[in-house]
Design a protein around this ligand. Structure first.
Ligand SMILES: [Zn+2]
Length: 106
């Protein structure tokens, strides 16, 4: 190979390498943007999921009136609030349909 050919080939290879470096730099910038967008979307997704869960929970347990809320607390602390057994302790694991109807019924 002539000296000039070697020099020209070397210049070509240098140009190719510079092109690869430029492409790689551009890809790195794109990747950084995608990582940032992904992090933002992940946070937004979690936020939306928690909003949906809150709405579902709100639908399952509509807000109780103050008096029903007090009765619920009494029942949750282990006492009947129904007419038949008012004030009597609930057995472990016992639930009372009459009490639940007074708290959650229409
Ligand atoms: Zn009861």
């Amino acid at each position: 190979m002539e000296k000039k050919e070697v020099y020209d080939r070397f210049s070509e290879i240098l140009a190719d390498m510079q092109h690869i470096i430029d492409e790689t730099t551009l890809m790195q910038a794109t990747l950084n943007t995608l990582i940032e967008e992904n992090a933002e979307l992940t946070i937004e997704n979690e936020h939306l999921r928690s909003q949906i869960m809150n709405k579902k929970t709100a639908k399952i347990q509509p807000r109780l009136s103050r008096s029903r809320e007090n009765l619920r607390k009494l029942y949750e602390s282990g006492f009947h609030i129904c007419n038949a057994s008012y004030g009597r302790r609930l057995e472990d694991g016992e639930s009372c349909l009459e009490c639940l109807d007074i708290i959650y019924g229409s």
